[in-house]
Design a protein around this ligand. Structure first.
Ligand code: PGA
Length: 253
């Protein structure tokens, strides 16, 4: 059985005190409402990883980073390496988020190098893919996602790819309040799983969790998560409100 996962992506939000308060609120909400079988990961800004992972570890959930460097180590001022993140006890890292692709020029080659460094350092990549609105309107969304998956992941062997969590995040749904319909999400998730089956076989593809991201909230999560190929969510805005985030964690039927 593949894992059900809900991951929060705080992006570049919250000053230290607010971030610490939010971590404690999430811990309290989880203690109250539980999390069932769902794995909970909160991806916080680098500078809060130590604080947040201490609180998460004491309260039975996990913390991830939001990015890591494409280089191993050395003269790359301002960069944070996979081994640094691992040495802080961090288990997961979002890679290939559309905001990294569009604002920081990350392409599939760069993201593929990051995936390799994450895996080499025992960090589970949460690999994001998804089309922009014009690509969907031009009915190119399947081609775009196929390319993103192929270029960044398909050099991996069966064992390595089995470690990866995939997040389908249609860019037109991120932070916009427009969510993919349940049918659109299921259709793309099933497509991604079919690509994985073709390349690695169903023993591998059936074990890889595919999360939906893009304006997923406390109201629509249950409908999205009810789809057979939607194994959870990557949550931006709604992960900044502890009660909403934990409602989403508990939205599996
Ligand atoms: P959103 O962001 O939930 O605010 O749309 C999702 C994401 O960017 O991961």
């Amino acid at each position: 059985m593949r894992k059900r996962i809900v991951a929060g992506n705080w992006k570049m939000n919250k000053d230290f005190q607010d971030a610490e308060d939010l971590m404690f609120e999430i811990a309290d909400e989880l203690a109250d409402k539980g999390s069932g079988e769902t794995e909970v990961i909160v991806c916080t800004p680098y500078v809060y990883l130590e604080m947040s992972s201490d609180i998460a570890a004491e309260n039975g959930f996990m913390v991830g980073a939001q990015n890591l460097s494409q280089w191993e180590s050395g003269a790359y001022t301002g960069e944070i390496s996979a081994s640094m993140i691992h040495s802080m006890g961090i288990s997961h890292c979002i890679l290939g988020h559309s905001e990294r692709r569009s604002y920081f020029g990350e392409n599939d080659k760069i993201i593929s190098a990051k995936v390799d460094l994450a895996l080499k350092n025992n960090i589970i990549p949460i690999y994001c893919c998804g089309e922009v609105l014009a690509e969907r309107q031009a009915e190119k969304h399947f081609d775009i996602v196929r390319t993103q998956i192929t270029e960044a992941l398909f050099h991996l062997g069966k064992e390595a790819v089995s470690e990866v969590i995939i997040a389908y995040e249609p860019v037109w749904a991120i932070g916009t309040g427009v969510t993919a319909t349940s049918a659109q999400a299921q259709e793309m998730h099933a497509f991604i799983r079919s690509l994985l089956t073709e390349k690695y076989g169903s023993d591998v593809s059936e074990e890889i969790s595919i999360l939906y991201g893009g304006s997923c909230n406390a109201k629509n999560a249950a409908e999205l998560f009810a789809n057979p190929d939607v194994d959870g969510g990557l949550i931006g805005g709604a992960s900044l409100i502890a009660a909403d985030f934990v409602t989403i964690v508990n939205s599996f039927r």
